[in-house]
Structures are given as structure tokens and as C-alpha cells.
Design a protein around this ligand. Sequence first.
Ligand SMILES: Nc1nc2c(ncn2[C@@H]2O[C@H](COP(=O)(O)OP(=O)(O)OP(=O)(O)O)[C@@H](O)[C@H]2O)c(=O)[nH]1
Ligand SMILES: [Mg+2]
Length: 202
Amino acid sequence: MSGPLPLRFLCSAAKAEQLPPAEIEVAVVGRSNVGKSSLLNALANRKDLARTSKTPGATRLINVFEFRENDNAPGGRWLVDLPGYGYAKVSETERRRWQSMIEGYLIDRSTLHSVLLLIDGEIGPTPVDLQTVEWLRHIGRDFRVVATKVDKVSPSRRDSRRRDLLAKLDLARADVSWVSANAGIGIGELRGLVTGRLIATG
Ligand SMILES: Nc1nc2c(ncn2[C@@H]2O[C@H](COP(=O)(O)OP(=O)(O)OP(=O)(O)O)[C@@H](O)[C@H]2O)c(=O)[nH]1
Ligand SMILES: [Mg+2]
């Protein structure tokens, strides 16, 4: 278990090429409305670090949060909030813009250590989630699945939900974190995991 992550907003960019150089990054990826921004806020124990919304598509830019304990700590360690995919109501132009922005970043970013791929724990993996997993495997990008909103799954259904998700994604139990930003479930463990990735590897 770890305390809140020392995150602060650093910058936003519409394109990966506009991002300043980093030392090491972990990116948060997932379907629109899956709870990416809420999870960032929970990790930092802040209400409004990242903008959240009931309306999918709240995050339209790449938002960079710097992980830095104090002014003397090294900079360039980032947690990156990416706009969500799979939001049906965006125009085709917007969808393509998203796709090239995210894909370019995930393929080319040399300082990207790994991805946290968020999947709604109540809904389970959607076809577009499955495609994303397949694609991340295909490009060889290291990723960890984080199942969100576990507070919405009743305790009696959690075990079967868990087995179902693992089977669909062809993953082992240890490969998936189960969290709830709202109820604070699994947040301490995930803080430890993110800190380990941003610091121990640095
Ligand atoms: N019950 C429950 N609701 C959650 C949880 N996390 C997020 N939500 C809700 O899900 C909705 C979307 O959350 P966001 O964090 O804005 O989702 P996002 O993935 O950043 O969405 P985009 O920016 O559109 O890609 C909001 O209404 C949140 O309150 C959770 O742990 N439990
Ligand atoms: Mg968001």
C-alpha cells in the first residue's frame, strides 16, 4: 500500500509530437467513460486533478501529469491521461484524429514504459477493448489491465466476473488489478505499482 501519488498537471497536447521530452511515462488508456480521469484523481487523492464527466469524451487531449515528490526530485516522470476510444457519438473525422494520435503515441513514444489499460469491471471487455488488447500485443507494448468500477459489481458476482474477464482476455489472475475510484478499492496497490514503474525503472 502507498500514499497518494505526488501528481501535478504539467501540460496538454493535441498531438504526441507536441509533447516535451520525458524520462519515463506510464499511459492510461481505455474506452471513453471507463473511469481514466477518475482513477488518476483517486491515485493522487485529488478531486479535480483530471477532469471527469458523465458525458463520454470529456478528455479530448493528451494530458500529462508529472510525478514529483518535491522540487529537488528529478522531473520527467509522467502519468499520461489519454482521450478515451470507442465513443460512438464523435464524428468520423474526430475518431480518425483520435486513432492516429493515440496509435502514434503508443507505437513511437520511446520513453513510454507501459500502459494501464482500463476495462469496465461491471460491463466486462467490449469488442473494442478486445481489439485494443490484441493490438497492444501485436505492437509489443507492455500493458497491465485495470478493471474499474468494481463497486458496481455485487460481491457475490465478483468471482465469476473476474474469471470471465481473464478468460476473454487470455490473462492470468495476477495480470489484472481490480479497482474502484469511488470506493477506494485497490487504489493503494495500484499506487505502489505505478510508483515502482516510474521510479525503480528510472
Ligand atoms: N461507480 C463508479 N463510477 C465511476 C468510477 N470511476 C468513474 N466513475 C464514473 O464514470 C464516469 C466517467 O468517468 P471519467 O473518469 O470521466 O471517465 P474517462 O475514462 O476519463 O472518460 P473520457 O475522458 O470520456 O475518456 C463518471 O460519471 C464517473 O463518476 C468508480 O470507481 N465507480
Ligand atoms: Mg477522461
